[in-house]
Design a protein around this ligand. Sequence first.
Ligand code: SF4
Ligand SMILES: [Zn+2]
Length: 314
Amino acid sequence: MNDVPDFKINDQWIVANRGKKNSVDPQKPYEWLVEKERTISGKIEDIAIIFLTNRECPFRCLMCDLWKNTTDESIPVGGIPAQIEWALNHLPVVKHLKLYNNGNFFDQRAIPEEDYGRIASLVSNFETVVVESHPRLINKRCLRFRDMLKPELQIAMGLETVHPEILPKLNKRMNPGDFKNSVDFLSKHGILSRAFILLRPPFLSESEGIYWAERSLDFAFNAGVECCIVIPVRSGNGVMDLLRDRNYFSPPDIRSLEKVIEYGIQLGTGRVFADVWDIGLFSSCSKCIGQRTSRLIEMNLRQKIIPPVKCSCD
Ligand code: SF4
Ligand SMILES: [Zn+2]
């Protein structure tokens, strides 16, 4: 690991290094799409994702760029259900839905509880609904939402890394114990959880990045999550670019992502997915990037290790 410098990693420093937000329309989600995902039952099915335009998350995690598509102020009561209704009218009929709000579904200032009933009624034809939340915002509000919901609820939470020195540097204001307590709370109440895990956060070498992503998978599954998503860390939020310029951060290689996904799948404990969004950022070899991307997508869908790509860059 590179020496961790004596940066004062805090909200002010992270925010001071940001660029401008994108312009978003509070009347509409900022994106909506359908992708394929392997379900818990092993079928490959379409899942719709609605990226809600919502108030910026109150946390300021070092690696996060989700603030770019958020508003400064809360969306008035009724605004989030209206966005969902708008998106559902523009999406094909599918069985599964992710409602991502670039923050925490259970943050009252993001999605007011007064909206839960209308949201539940809008999504009643789905089989599963996935929402995201910081582990420290998991509480009885989740149960109240779940009790109104016909589809099965799954909650996605960022574990990020269990590296004992790096997790505090991420400014996530959480420790692995908080994550485990939240998974326990959800499991006790019959709600499934999934974990976001970072591949190569700042201050780690490539091999350390792999090692700690694998330990984080171990921790998440031992804690009781049903599914893990491994996210290769990128720059682009201002502060990560600064760390990159000063050699405290390098994005991971796609081959490391392949290794970590192979590791997670062979555990056989739950679903393990690679985040392949903008995956071209993580390869410098134009000869094999296409094959490696297809391999990751195939492993995501089949949850089986498939033969490796052979290339002169190995
Ligand atoms: S809790 Fe999630 S959305 Fe909020 S800053 Fe951290 S990573 Fe970003
Ligand atoms: Zn190659």
